[in-house]
Design a protein around this ligand. Structure first.
Ligand code: MIC
Length: 660
């Protein structure tokens, strides 16, 4: 039997482990991507790994999240990130140059390579036949230092796409349909591999929409083949020489196969407060709307913004709402300027925002209290927009633009003929805001503002964990619940003592104070604990407040790794019914923890308050056990360097070349 594309991408980069679903493997990383909200932690950790230059073929530092500069913090961070990039050999993408995922697609994504990014939507690179994975900053720092990236060998699910999109239906509706069917946890430890005849007509921009939000399925990655569409996109980006064809073998096998007939899809929308709360637009059409936001890291391509412009051209945004626009890159903005689309949108009353993630992460344009906000973004977790009682809906640019005109949620099929938009065969190329590093050797002064504080380092895992259940959460708690984004909190990403004061702010604002008073404790979580972003701050801040263990029904992939890498023990209830028995404020005790996780899968938990004992289990690899015992990834790497221990690496060292 031949290989599927995912297997090919993994096999060509495998440095540790066996390609057996569910077991830990290590792969070499060709490219890394960092953004500013996670970047300071990445560089502060990288610096301690004792490596003189970044070892990946390409490493790009983007500035796309913290662009509202209401005080000095974000601007200071940008200077720090620029100076670290210059010192260690990363490409620096200046503020306003592009949202990492789209700018990377235009300039750096390359079929057949691996990409690791400290942003969960790094998955967007899968649109160009890359294995593109989002993860926590410490793992990205390790990859930059030349270490392999470790993860569970995924199950590979074939998404066979047939048919063609009906009028007014587009790629966003496809990924919303997958979310409707599979839910936000349906893709755990899986790679969705998109195949089928429908791909002949699906452009790279459309694939990027699907690959970006593939992350919302809780999946490891999503992968498209490299074909004539990929070639056309790369040619239009003046990068055709980097193209190569790449696809699954004709006789490849898959762990599961799902067929989607695109012609059966209709305009869909995710209602508050989860990307999988999906219904047809027609079911809730007529809902009065206060805000429409187009763009950000998904649906910010030339195609999507040109479609938006064509729909609103010659008309005007309804008086009861505001409409914003966040292009994916400055290059997209320039191309839209040139062909008049920006003028069409300006005349229609659209508010052009910066080239940045913007309102998606609550960086400006927070919606009014309980005012429905219709967005082409990828997440609608409660409070993420910056408004505590927000009502955020997720949909395609077609639905958003139609709604902006009528003032109520509108099925675009009621507008008549859809616009016909063809992506350019030749884009105006804009690369002037990438600052390439020199070959090294020149001294670089590191600029470090007063808000940038040292990275707190966890203690080695304690043998006895005793403490109160500081919080018991519902299912699907997101990292936005654990540590909110938004314009108030994001500038504190470089300052853990300060940002930790916002831990669980919208869930229970007393959490930080109680954690401090009790000298730390434990958290009890439901299913899919920690879904969403890659922000390791959602693990570092609880660690800083003394959280020692999280007991959950199940964990989301990235947050699970972040907990381990920051020295917090993640365990699951052996019997899900025990979740219901444990209550907030119960006193829990775990004894002999170090020995128990090293020698077996099960640990006993004593609920002193209830007078009962129950079992929890772990799914840690030998490598992860060592990391926990050492007190997190950074400690582990430093210890391995001192002792020369590389116990977890069984294959050859990764063959990655540096810039210098
Ligand atoms: C997000 O979409 O949630 C973010 C903001 O891009 C995060 C990164 C972060 O929190 O810094 C992500 O997706 O990883």
């Amino acid at each position: 039997m031949g290989m599927n594309l995912t297997q090919k991408l993994i096999a060509s980069h495998l440095v540790a482990g066996e390609m057996k679903a569910g077991t830990e493997i290590g792969i070499a990383i060709d490219q890394t991507l960092i953004q500013d909200a996670t970047g300071t932690m990445v560089w502060l950790q990288f610096e301690q790994m004792g490596v003189a230059r970044v070892k990946n073929r390409v490493c790009v530092q983007y500035i796309d999240h913290n662009l509202l500069q209401t005080s000095f913090e974000n601007a200071d961070d940008h200077l720090f990130l620029q100076s670290m990039s210059a010192k260690y050999g990363a490409i620096f993408s200046r503020p306003g140059n592009g949202i990492s995922h789209f700018a990377h697609l235009e300039r750096f994504d390359r079929p057949g390579e691996t990409l690791l990014g400290s942003d969960s939507h790094t998955s967007t690179g899968g649109a160009m036949a890359m294995l593109a994975i989002g993860t926590g900053g410490s793992e990205v720092a390790a990859a930059m230092a030349g270490q392999p990236f470790y993860f569970k060998m995924p199950r590979v699910v074939r998404m066979q796409l047939v048919g063609a999109f009906p009028e007014w239906v587009s790629a966003k509706d496809l990924i919303l349909e997958l979310l409707r069917r599979m839910t936000v946890k349906g893709g755990l430890n899986q790679v969705m591999e998109y195949t089928g005849p429908a791909l002949d007509k699906m452009t790279v921009s459309e694939r990027a929409t699907v690959a970006n939000m593939n992350q919302e399925l809780g999946a490891t990655a999503g992968v498209f083949p490299s074909d004539e569409q990929t070639r056309r996109f790369m040619r239009a980006q003046h990068r055709e020489p980097e193209w190569r064809a790449l696809a699954a073998d004709a006789d490849a096998g898959y762990d599961e196969e799902i067929e989607i007939d695109l012609s059966k899809l209709e305009p869909l929308i995710a209602k508050p407060h989860s990307p999988d709360n999906v219904v047809p637009v027609r079911e809730i059409a007529g809902l009065p709307v206060r805000q429409v936001c187009v763009g950000s890291s998904v649906n910010s391509s030339y195609r999507d913004l040109k479609v938006t412009a064509e729909i609103v051209k010659g008309k005007h945004v309804a008086p009861n709402l505001h409409m914003t626009l966040s292009p994916g890159s400055r290059q997209i903005l320039i191309n839209l300027e040139k062909d008049g689309a920006m003028l069409d949108m300006a005349l229609a009353g659209v508010r052009g925002l910066e080239v940045a993630c913007g309102p998606c992460i609550g960086m400006g344009a927070a919606p009014p209290s309980r005012g429905p906000s219709i967005r082409t973004f990828n997440r609608n977790f409660p409070g993420r927009s910056g408004t505590a009682d927000d009502e955020v809906y997720l949909c395609s640019p077609e639905v958003a633009a139609a709604t902006a005109l009528t003032g109520v949620l509108t099925d675009p099929r009621t507008l008549g003929q859809p616009p016909r938009v063809r992506e350019p065969d030749d884009y105006i190329i804009y690369t002037d805001d990438f600052i390439f590093p020199s070959n090294g050797g020149q001294p670089v002064e590191i600029v470090m503002g007063p808000n940038i504080k040292p990275v707190p380092v966890p203690e080695p895992l304690a043998d006895e964990i005793k403490g109160e259940v500081l919080l018991k959460t519902r299912d699907n708690i997101s990292t936005d619940d654990i540590l909110p984004g938004g314009a108030r909190v994001l500038p504190l990403r470089s300052n853990i003592p300060a940002i930790s004061e916002h831990t669980f702010e919208y869930v229970d604002a007393t959490f930080p104070q109680r954690a401090r008073e009790k000298g730390g404790g434990l958290i009890v979580g439901g299913e899919n604990y920690g879904q969403g972003s890659s922000r390791e701050h959602a693990a570092i801040a609880p660690m800083f407040l003394g959280v020692k263990a999280v007991l959950a029904k199940s964990f989301a992939r990235i947050h699970w790794s972040n907990l381990i890498n920051w020295g917090i023990l993640p365990v699951t209830f052996a019997n899900a019914a025990d979740y219901a028995r444990v209550e907030e404020r119960d006193l829990l005790e775990l004894y002999g923890v170090r020995e128990a996780i090293s020698s077996g899968k099960e640990l006993a938990v004593r609920d002193v308050t209830k007078g009962l004992t129950f079992a929890v289990t772990h799914d840690l690899s030998k490598r992860q056990i060592e990391i926990l015992l050492d007190g997190g990834l950074l400690n582990h790497i430093r210890k391995s360097q001192v002792t020369g221990r590389r116990s977890h690496v069984t294959g050859p060292k990764p063959q990655v070349t540096g810039h210098a």
